[in-house]
Design a protein around this ligand. Structure first.
Ligand SMILES: Cc1cc2nc3c(=O)[nH]c(=O)nc-3n(C[C@H](O)[C@H](O)[C@H](O)COP(=O)(O)OP(=O)(O)OC[C@H]3O[C@@H](n4cnc5c(N)ncnc54)[C@H](O)[C@@H]3O)c2cc1C
Length: 475
């Protein structure tokens, strides 16, 4: 310690107030630890301020707007003035701002009620039990028993793309736009690119998605991605797969993208270009080496099932750890790290981390896909039920998609459950619980599912795997 330095003593410091960090801090407070949560920006992290919540607010708005055009089909006649609705993105920003600020305040309130001290500032390790925090001109030192690193991630921005935040933008800037771009090019057909591209298309933008791989949503089964591809094309989105962006120029308020692909070179003109080619962990500049913690060459910190790094009193959680960069993974790890510090026998011991993509239609899943099960050499049975045969899906005019179960052929234990269709994000809850409880396909098939609901898709997919679905012809 520097002579004369006065360090504030705390049991635990948590660096980063995203869904990983704040969940950890609250749980530590519940377990009676003194906790200091250090956040340099806003509580809630990427998820609340520039990720999950604002993007889903945009997607929901876009859907509402778009659905107006389908009302006529259902016999709803709007007065003439209402048949050409308009969208004001500045008003939307105010509405979104209200949601974010309510949730920010909610987290601050929960921290306070659980005895968490929230410090606004930028933290970096000084040693394995001290941390320095820059708080607008001041520098404070904290001495801790344990620390949890939860500094999250940021967009990858390739050096050849002049990302200026105005014409070539990342997802954060896209969610801050004050108007819908006339022509939007999206580089990257992963889930963030597709979610945002589809939302902006529904709000009136002419959208082109450029993806280097041979299909969009490469992280999910091709069959599931195909349903989204169909709908994206129907919505007028141009999907350019196996195409690489070589260069981008901004001139006179227009961006020119030069691309190369199987069909040769091409030029795409856009008012805005959204870059969504992945995210990278925020692990530089936080003094990892002073604490003795190391990151791999991509910046990720390896942890064990208790979220402990190689330094026994330092834990790492969320997007800075290997595995999917998802808010629910971060929160789970945060709670586990807090409980381990609190002396409880906690661990991240389940392989069942669901994924959800808020495309149109939505995709969600848990466990192995058919391709993964086959790669592992498993002997599997599958059961698939199309939403076209589901009464609720037809009655709500959302008949695209299907539910699929993947089952071990001998034991009938569920290996994976995947769904593409309306409300897939909510439907997967049943799948995660079933898999977590090591259910067999009969457990789903014998469970009475309420009618008429989309959840019957699981029931019939399970029955189909057993060869006796009622509402489709069994193979
Ligand atoms: C557009 C978009 C949509 C998304 N949609 C979804 C979705 O639908 N579902 C889902 O599960 N996930 C989604 N995600 C991913 C999700 O946002 C992240 O997985 C999640 O936020 C990770 O949580 P975290 O706690 O690890 O870190 P973060 O949320 O990144 O929080 C880290 C925090 O640490 C702070 N920080 C960093 N360094 C320091 C420092 N030195 N000192 C103090 N504070 C520091 C940062 O300011 C930040 O607030 C989305 C992401 C984006 C970008």
């Amino acid at each position: 310690m520097v002579v004369g330095e006065v360090a504030v003593e705390t049991d635990v410091v948590v660096i980063g107030g995203g869904p990983g960090g704040y969940a950890a801090a609250i749980r530590l407070g519940q377990l009676g630890k003194s906790v200091t949560l250090i956040e340099k920006d806003a509580l809630g992290g990427v998820c609340l301020n520039r990720g999950c919540i604002p993007s889903k607010a945009l997607i929901h708005t876009a859907e509402q707007y778009h659905n107006l055009s389908e009302l006529g089909q259902m016999g709803i006649k709007l007065p003439e003035a209402a048949t050409s609705p308009s969208f004001n993105m500045e008003d939307w920003q105010k509405w979104k701002g209200g949601i974010v600020s309510r949730l920010n305040q909610g987290i601050a309130h929960l921290c306070e009620k659980n005895g968490v001290t929230v410090v606004k500032g930028e933290a970096s390790f000084l040693s394995e039990n001290r941390i320095g925090v820059e708080t607008g001109g001041d520098f404070e030192t904290y001495k801790f028993e344990e620390a949890i690193i939860a500094t999250g991630s940021r967009p990858i921005l390739p050096s050849f793309l002049p990302v200026d935040g105005e014409y070539i933008i990342d997802s954060t800037a896209a969610l801050e736009l004050s108007e819908v771009p006339g022509k939007l090019a999206v580089i990257g057909g992963g889930y963030i690119g597709i979610e945002m591209g589809m939302a902006f298309a529904k709000l009136g933008a002419e959208v082109t998605v450029v993806e280097m791989a041979d299909r969009i949503l490469a992280q999910v089964s091709p069959e599931l991605a195909k349903e989204v591809e169909k709908k994206a094309k129907k919505a007028g989105i141009k999907l350019k797969t196996s195409v690489k962006v070589e260069e981008a120029d901004v001139e006179n308020g227009q961006v020119t993208l030069r691309t190369s692909g199987a069909e040769g070179e091409e030029v795409i003109q856009a008012d805005k270009v959204l870059v969504t080619i992945g995210r990278m962990p925020n692990t530089e500049g936080i003094g990892l080496s002073q604490a003795g913690v190391s990151a791999d060459e991509r910046g990720y910190i390896e942890v064990d099932s208790q979220c402990r790094t190689k330094v026994p009193n330092i834990f790492a959680i969320g997007d800075i750890t290997p595995g999917p960069a998802l808010a629910h993974k971060a929160s789970k790890q945060g709670i586990v790290a807090a409980e381990v510090i609190g002396g409880l026998p906690s661990a991240v011991d389940s392989p069942y981390i669901p994924y959800v993509i808020f495309s149109d239609p939505q995709i969600a899943g848990v466990g192995l896909t058919l391709e993964e099960a086959e790669r592992e050499g498993r002997n599997v049975k599958t059961g698939k039920f199309p939403f076209q045969a589901n009464g609720r899906a037809l009655a709500t005019n959302e008949a695209e998609g299907f539910a699929e179960v993947i089952v071990d052929a001998e034991s009938h234990v569920l290996l994976g459950m995947h769904v593409v269709g309306a409300d897939a994000s909510n439907l997967i809850g049943e799948g995660v619980l079933a898999m977590e409880l090591a259910a067999r396909v009969e457990d789903i098939a014998l469970t009475v599912h309420p009618h008429p609901t989309l959840t019957e898709g699981w029931l019939e997919a399970a029955e189909a795997a057993l060869g006796h679905a009622i509402h489709i012809v069994n193979n």
